[in-house]
Structure formats: C-alpha cells, structure tokens
Design a protein around this ligand. Structure first.
Ligand SMILES: C[S@@+](CC[C@H](N)C(=O)[O-])C[C@H]1O[C@@H](n2cnc3c(N)ncnc32)[C@H](O)[C@@H]1O
Length: 245
C-alpha cells in the first residue's frame, strides 16, 4: 500500500498475523486480510510491547516484523527497497550519498585503473565523477539492478557476485550496512576481493556496527584497519577492513 501523503507499512506475514489478531482483540473489530491500511498513529509500540518491532526508514516508511525474527526483518526491508526503487532518487538526499561514496573511495585507497564493487548499489546514482575507475554494482533488489543497468551501470545480482572470486581491488558499501545484511552475503564480498583489497563501509547512525564487527571476526582473512576508523557526523561510523590472505 503506498500513498505519498501517508505513512506506509511493509509487513512480514508473521507480523501481520500478530497485528491482525491484536487489533481484532483490542478494538473488538474484525480485521480482514490485505488490503487493510492501519494508520501508523494508531499503532504504537505500547500496543504491542514485545511481539512487534517497528523500524522507520526515510521518514515515512515503516518496516514491521515480529521481534527477534531476523528473516522477517530482512524480508520486510527487501520488500521496501524493491517497492521504492523507482522513487528512490527522489526519496534520499543524493549529495549526501555521493559524499559518502567519495569518502569510502579514499579510505579504500582506490586508484585509477582499479575495478571496484559497489555492494548494495541501489539504482547506481550515488557515484561521484569516477576517472578511470571501473565499478560493478551489486544489489539484492531486482528492480534496483534493472534501474542501474538502464543507466548504463554494470550491475549484477548477489548470485553472480558469489561466482566472482578474488576479482575486485576494493569493495564499498555506502548506506547499506545499517540494514540487515546476512553474514553469508558479506562472505561473498570477502571472497570477491583480491588479497590486499579493502572493504570500506559506513554504518548510518551506528546501526548494525556491533553485529557486523562480531560477524566479520569469522573471516580470519579480514583485518580491520582501525587507524582509519571515522565517526562521521552525517554518515555515522565508517570502518575499513583489508583482505590479508
Ligand atoms: C539505502 S540503499 C543505498 C543505495 C546506494 N548505495 C546509495 O548510496 O544510493 C541500500 C541498498 O542496499 C541493498 N541491499 C540491502 N541488503 C543487501 C544485500 N544483502 N545484498 C545486496 N544489496 C543489498 C538494497 O536493496 C538497497 O538498494
């Protein structure tokens, strides 16, 4: 359900079942299956203290999932990006994303002639002027990949990425790691890096950083370049790892 003037909910099926039963019980009304619009104002966390988690994106989208249901969280986020793909460039402050990409390029020590991976490329609009640097974008959202390709960007899906081994000089993730990115997907990024290649990422508002730092420890081939740690006022925590073998 989408309206430019109203808040929009992306609901995992499990979360929907819980909401439906709760609303039916609390309000004494029958709530039917989709399509039903529940005003966000009416749905407060107090109404659902434990079972449901709400996460607000881009000021007006909400993902709603059963608490602790990691798969539900991932699937609602994916639904959201798939859904907003066409409008994405109007939803974000493009200059901010371009600036972040530029910072990550510098920290990853990208040089002319390099081939880099833009992990979570979206529609591929956030590149600064790239002189003599080749970029391959990768995104889990088919619509984002399609849009990026329609703009002449070489974009692939995560399955194609898993076939590229020791391929890239560097990998960047700009405004991606605050989302729920499964550690297996990071494994594909790690394998796709050449030895000595860096992975630079920002963690918007610091979200996802501690989970990521814990997860990446399982990849012994990755060493953190902590002297490059940056806590950026706008882009959040910025971190860099290097593939050492
Ligand atoms: C906020 S957008 C950022 C897009 C782009 N990097 C930019 O700065 O404009 C996040 C993107 O990451 C993608 N994404 C999320 N999880 C992903 C994953 N596990 N693998 C690949 N892409 C992912 C989403 O589909 C979405 O297009």
């Amino acid at each position: 359900v989408k309206s430019p003037s109203t808040n929009t909910l992306f609901i995992s099926l499990e979360a929907w079942a819980v909401i439906r039963d709760h609303v039916s019980y609390l309000r004494g009304i029958e709530v039917h299956d989709f399509p039903v619009m529940i005003g966000v104002e009416e749905v407060s966390e107090d109404d659902f203290p434990v079972e449901i988690n709400f996460h607000r994106f881009l000021d007006r989208y909400w993902t709603v999932y059963v608490w602790d249901d990691v798969a539900g969280k991932i699937s609602t986020e994916r639904m959201m990006f798939e859904f907003i793909a066409k409008d994405y460039e109007f939803e974000i402050e493009m200059d901010r994303n371009v600036d972040c990409f530029q910072i990550l390029l510098g920290l990853a020590s990208v040089r002319p002639g390099n081939l880099i991976l833009d992990f979570g490329c979206g529609p591929g609009l956030s590149y600064p002027q790239l002189d003599d640097i080749e970029v391959i974008g990768c995104d889990v959202s088919p619509s984002m990949v399609q849009l990026a390709r329609s703009r002449g960007i070489n974009a692939i899906d995560p399955i194609a990425l898993s076939n590229l081994v020791e391929f890239f000089d560097a990998a960047l993730a700009s405004y991606v790691m605050h989302l729920s990115v499964p550690i297996e997907d990071i494994g594909c990024v790690v394998r796709s890096l050449r030895i000595g290649g860096r992975f630079a990422a920002n963690f918007h508002k610091g979200w996802g950083l501690s989970e990521f730092e814990e997860g990446i420890q399982s990849f012994r081939a990755m060493s953190q370049r902590s002297e490059l740690n940056l806590n950026h006022e706008v882009h959040g925590a910025i971190r860099v790892w290097e593939r050492i073998y």
